[in-house]
Design a protein around this ligand. Structure first.
Ligand code: HEC
Ligand code: HEC
Length: 137
């Protein structure tokens, strides 16, 4: 079982690396990592201006989560953002994504844990569990 977990971690890590590389090639605006330079380990709500859900995550993990969103839905940052104004909520998909985060948390914290007899190590859903690379699952 340890190996399965290890394998999944490796997979997740390489997925992150891969999406970082392909994003650098695709994005025309300055690298987002430059925006958080020197602030990687500060809480997201002290680095960004409009954070309502992921406040306590570090800035680095926050950006990592953004990359996971793009990968899980098969989209670019522009699907949810005006990349000139990251903090803006002008794109409806951004607010929908907040709702999806709340839904996912309820599934993981309340619903899956209340299913009796379910002991799997992978009793967990993420965006990709449903979306699998598509905007609409
Ligand atoms: C599926 C929608 C979605 C995608 C795709 C997405 N984001 Fe986000 N982004 C959000 C949401 C939702 C928030 C607000 C999170 C919160 O309120 O906790 C956010 C917040 C941010 C912020 C903070 C802005 C501020 O100052 O408040 C940055 C920076 C950001 N995203 C960058 C990115 C980058 C870079 C990408 C592409 C790699 C990306 N996002 C892709 C949904 C998305
Ligand atoms: C339990 C399954 C499930 C999970 C988990 C899930 N979604 Fe969704 N998502 C859906 C469904 C269903 C729709 C509605 C599709 C439609 O309108 O036909 C949707 C729609 C969306 C949309 C609107 C897309 C569009 O083109 O209208 C966004 C944005 C989105 N999800 C983001 C996310 C993000 C980000 C996560 C992870 C935090 C997530 N979703 C996790 C099922 C899920």
């Amino acid at each position: 079982m340890k190996y399965v977990v290890l394998f999944c971690c490796t997979l997740l890590f390489s997925t992150l690396l891969f999406s970082q590389d392909s994003l650098k090639q695709k994005m025309h605006h300055p690298d987002i990592n430059d925006l958080i330079k020197g602030k990687e380990n500060l809480p997201a709500d002290s680095v960004f201006t409009n954070v309502k859900i992921l406040q306590r995550m570090t800035a680095e993990r926050f950006i990592g989560t953004m990359k996971i969103f793009t990968k899980a839905l098969g989209v670019r940052c522009t699907f949810c953002h005006n990349t000139e104004k990251w903090a803006s909520d002008e794109k409806p998909n951004k607010e929908i994504a907040r709702g999806m985060m709340k839904m996912t948390e309820t599934i993981n914290k309340d619903l899956l844990t209340s299913i009796e007899g379910l002991k799997g190590e992978h009793a967990f859903v993420g965006c990709e569990t449903c979306h699998r690379g598509k905007e609409k699952p």
